[in-house]
Design a protein around this ligand. Structure first.
Ligand SMILES: [Zn+2]
Length: 65
């Protein structure tokens, strides 16, 4: 399945929560991801983007449900 379709198949409220709960190694906590792209991952899909607070690279794996 196309990664974007996979991502969009996740309910909108869950997607919102995932986007706002990405770990940033620079902020040492959960941050919001911005300017992200979606790629395939062995576990499902992975969001790759920037920390909204500091601009550090962040990524979050979203496992297949
Ligand atoms: Zn950060």
């Amino acid at each position: 399945m196309d990664v974007n379709k996979k991502w969009l198949s996740i309910p909108k409220d869950i997607r919102k929560k995932l986007l706002k709960n990405v770990f940033c190694v620079n902020c040492l906590g959960a941050v919001e991801i911005t300017s992200y792209i979606i790629e395939e991952h062995e576990m499902g899909i992975v969001l790759k983007g920037k920390c909204k607070n500091c601009g550090h690279d962040v990524a979050r794996v979203v496992e297949d449900v």
